[in-house]
Design a binder for this molecule. Structure first.
Ligand code: BES
Ligand code: ZN
Length: 877
């Protein structure tokens, strides 16, 4: 909780600890009403640091006894305040013992040890271990752990921790114990413990060097039928990491536990990953294709951390992107290899533009490697994760795939068992490639999305084509002057026939290269032997996370959308065309003019819808309009009513003009084949869902009938949710209500389905603040459960039309929920604050109401440092 002046931590003040921990002996005894934790730390002086002060973190610790070597400590022997216990130690080698009591049953923060339904589990990243016992809770302190758990045998038959099971047995009074040993030194944030009455399913994986690994997933018994997909995903990920990175698993046992109460998606604890149930439990009947895809990606992500994060970890939390950016890059590549690379790239970039670009364009902007923080939990952001992954991707582009692999081999070999920095990672890539990445590293230190504006010139006589690149980067909080970035530009030049022209450049570039590397504010590139004026295809595959512009005509964008050899850029050209049309109609709406989408766009849509040479999935993503998050980021002042009117008008035009196309696509794409999750099938279902949605927007009764029938006869959740989504977006209230109540009736005992049910309602057009308040009174809602809160509150905030209702009630409701959660779960409360952080971009009236909601939050009694930091950053000029 916030003291008078929450302390800011600076990267520049990093210092090694005075003592290292060599080994931890931990005993955790669960009792009803309290838990007793006994720890024994074997400490060793760090010879590189002069200080003799042993600094241990500890929060909500009820001290029973503290002991240094053989000496029992009294309160005069140490200093304990604000969660930090310090004592002076003269010896080089010593043993610190602590017995403390904690209260997991009332721990609603979901950090440290807490109760989740009928089980106990832990979450220690980033700084949760200090809620379990006294410890130097910082990632550069790596130790081996022996963990003994004691609990009632009937209530908690399963007792788990990191590493290998080495002992177990019965105790008096119906209790039992288990002992686990983790041979790999690890930071405390990777510690985990689970106790519960869980059922498990096993699988096996043999590593290429012959280690026989048991894979075991633990779930509450009612979820036993939902584990197969995660096990398969895990095996695929293990195989992929061996093939692509040469990385093998290093223990005989790999466990996953599903928990219903979890702040994040999942956590990579050594040998014992803990997952949000929603991010691991899957069945065709309860999970749609998107959910399957997410589960596969997240299982892979946490598994990949075993190397990128666990074997090689972060020196300090400023280096978070070292493990997260790299691991997101790894899981994204895994998904690209497993399914469809172009589709995956489109999804990734759409997500980056919808979430990270706005973050970089507002008060929350920060570098991939931040310089300071109050609460590290507030920096698990799209910038650290998704932009961080783009930075790794650019390194991959610059050094090439072979050197990238050699660089990662060197990184894992050189730093195995160590806690390192992003500079260490880059140094490995420099060493193997011979490239100097000094300037490139500005991507880690400078915040903000670079702008790249491109112009051209063609001289027919000399057959010379020139591109002029001009880069700049807007000021961000605390950073006014930006220096040029290294920007890899992958490009092609299209001739009038739609094919790529051969590329020859003059100057600093190699003839025939298709990736240019920009390093200066202004760059001119000369292409020779260009026989006709080309249309440039720029930033292919989104080769750098920048906002780029070129003065294309609508016709040129339509030409690229139809012809570009790069699938990603075909999609991107059409996205630019949609955005441009919507933004210009929004201006028309504001000026009271009538709205007419450009005919070249309307025609392109028909061509794409009927283009059988495109995969279903690519067609679906090309026919999906940019969402409000992306549109908002493209204007100086957001007049949300005008944006909504313009976007709706475009949807309505496309829906009615092409009702026959949507109808025939919807019907043609039906299938009675049993459900299978793969790129082909999920693409078919995605295009059918989208076609149905458009068809329904045209208002045809036949479309409603089709949707009602699809819902009723669906044998999988993808079809069912496609039908529901379409019906909820149309205006047939009676049908909406009957499907929603049917859904709840049928699925109320399935937690994941109830979460989806809440999300769908929160997102229904026409949802109101009183409607949300009613939903929050529903027995299925629980303010202490982050998934339920996210379903309803984030679901509502994503419902642009309803949340931004002109009276500002949505903002006030959000402030109230944040205040309530501040006391229960500060980490979640702080995340919700970001939903108001772009207040300055809206019209003056809305901006004022959003800011006043932030002021309300800031004025909360006993404000947590988590929420304080976010609200204060959001409001700062
Ligand atoms: N290490 C994180 C989980 C985490 C985040 C713990 C913040 C504590 C605080 C984990 O590896 C992770 O990144 N999970 C993501 C999903 C992933 C696929 C990007 C998550 O939980 O959302
Ligand atoms: Zn991660």
């Amino acid at each position: 909780m916030r003291t008078q002046d929450p302390k800011t931590i600076y990267l520049s003040e990093y210092q090694q600890p005075a003592f290292w921990v060599e080994h931890v002996n931990l005993t955790v005894s669960l009792f009803d009403g309290y838990t007793e934790v006994s720890s024994e730390l074997t400490l060793k002086k760090n010879p590189d640091v002069a200080s003799r002060e042993l600094v241990l973190n500890g929060i909500d610790q009820d001290i029973q006894s503290l002991q240094l070597d053989d000496k029992q400590l009294s309160s005069a022997d140490y200093h304990y305040a604000d969660g930090v216990l310090t004592l002076n130690c003269d010896s080089e080698q010593l043993i610190f013992r602590a017995v403390t009591r904690i209260d997991p049953q009332n721990n609603t923060s979901l950090e440290g040890l807490y109760q989740s339904g009928s089980m106990y589990c832990t979450q220690c990243e980033a700084e949760g271990f200090r809620k379990i016992t006294f410890y130097p809770d910082r990632p550069d302190v790596m130790a081996t752990f022996t963990t003994r758990i004691e609990a009632d045998a009937g209530q908690f038959p399963i007792l788990l921790s990191n590493g290998n099971p080495v002992d177990s047995g019965a105790l008096e009074g119906g209790r039992h114990y288990a002992v686990w040993e983790d041979p790999f030194p690890k930071p405390s944030y990777l510690f985990a413990l689970v106790a519960g009455d869980l059922s498990s399913k096993d699988d096996r994986f043999t590593t290429r060097s012959g280690r026989d690994v048991t894979l075991r997933i633990f779930v509450e018994p009612q979820n036993a039928h939902k584990v197969d997909f995660a096990l398969d995903s895990l095996k695929k990920a293990m195989q992929w990491d061996e093939e692509v990175y040469g990385r093998e698993y290093d223990l005989d046992l790999f466990m996953i536990v599903a928990s219903d109460f979890f702040n994040m998606g999942a956590m990579e604890n050594k040998g014992l990953n803990i997952f949000n149930s929603a991010a691991v439990l899957a069945s065709p009947d309860t999970s749609n294709d998107q959910r399957f895809e997410r589960i596969e990606g997240i299982v892979a992500h946490e598994y990949f951390h075993n190397w990128s994060g666990n074997r090689v970890t972060c020196r300090d939390w400023f280096q978070l992107s070292l493990k997260e950016g790299f691991t997101v890059f790894r899981d994204t590549e895994f998904s690209s290899d497993t399914h469809d690379r172009a589709v995956k790239r489109i999804e990734t970039v759409a997500g980056l533009r919808a979430v990270q670009f706005p973050e970089d364009n507002g008060p929350m902007a920060h570098p991939v490697r931040p310089d300071s923080y109050i609460e590290i939990n507030n920096f698990y952001t799209a910038t650290v994760y998704e932009k961080g992954a783009e930075v790794v991707r650019m390194i991959h582009t610059l050094v090439g795939p072979d050197d990238f692999r050699r660089g990662s081999d060197l990184y894992f070999e050189r730093f195995d068992g160590q806690a390192v920095t992003t500079d260490d990672f880059v140094a490995c890539m420099e060493q193997v490639s011979g490239l100097d990445l000094t300037q490139f590293k500005r991507w880690y230190t400078q915040a903000g999305t670079p702008r790249l504006s491109v112009t051209d010139d063609y001289d027919a006589d000399s057959q010379t084509y020139r591109l002029f690149f001009h880069q700049s980067c807007p000021a961000t909080p605390g950073q006014t002057d930006k220096r040029p970035f290294v920007i890899p530009v992958k490009l092609g030049l299209l001739g009038a026939d739609g094919n790529d022209l051969p590329i020859h450049t003059r100057g600093n570039y190699n003839a025939g290269t298709e990736v240019l590397t920009l390093t200066d504010e202004v760059t001119e590139v000369v292409f020779t032997g260009v026989s006709e004026r080309p249309v440039p295809s720029l930033l292919r595959d989104f080769s750098a996370p920048v906002k780029w512009s070129f003065g294309y005509s609508d016709e040129q964008l339509a030409f690229l959308a139809a012809n570009d050899a790069n699938g990603f850029n075909r999609w991107d050209a059409l996205q630019q065309l949609y955005s441009r049309a919507i933004l210009s109609m929004a201006e028309d709406h504001r000026a009271g003019r009538s709205l007419t989408p450009p005919s070249v766009l309307v025609e392109t849509v028909a061509n794409v819808a009927g283009d059988a040479s495109l995969s279903h999935a690519i067609r679906a993503s090309m026919l999906t309009l940019p969402g409000y998050a992306i549109l908002k980021d493209a204007v100086d002042v957001v007049y949300i009513d005008d944006l909504i009117a313009a976007r709706k008008h475009l949807v309505k035009t496309l829906a009615t003009r092409y009702r026959d196309i949507w109808r025939s696509l919807t019907e043609k794409l039906s299938s009675d084949a049993p459900y299978e999750f793969n790129a082909e099938e999920s693409g078919r279902r995605q295009l059918q869902g989208l076609s149905l949605w458009y068809w329904l927007k045209a208002g045809d009764q036949a479309a409603f009938d089709f949707a009602a029938e699809l819902y009723a006869s669906a044998t999988n959740q993808t079809d069912r949710s496609n039908a529901l989504r379409a019906v909820l977006a149309g205006d047939a209230e009676a049908l909406q209500q009957s499907l929603l109540s049917d859904f709840y009736e049928r699925w109320q005992s399935d937690t994941q389905m109830v979460e989806q049910w809440l999300t769908m309602q929160a997102g229904t057009p026409g949802m109101t603040v009183p409607g949300i308040e009613t939903l929050m009174q529903h027995p299925a809602f629980d303010i202490k459960n982050p998934n339920k809160v996210r379903s309803v509150i984030v679901g509502f905030a994503m419902n642009t039309e309803s949340f931004h209702d002109a009276r500002g009630e949505g903002y006030a409701l959000l402030a109230k929920v944040v205040q309530q959660l501040n006391a229960l779960n500060p980490q979640l409360a702080a995340r919700l604050v970001t939903l108001l952080s772009d207040w300055k971009r809206y019209d003056a009236d809305r901006g004022k109401m959003m800011a006043s909601a932030l002021e309300t939050i800031l004025a909360t009694d006993s404000l947590s440092s988590n929420v304080f930091e976010m609200a204060q950053r959001a409001l700062k000029d």
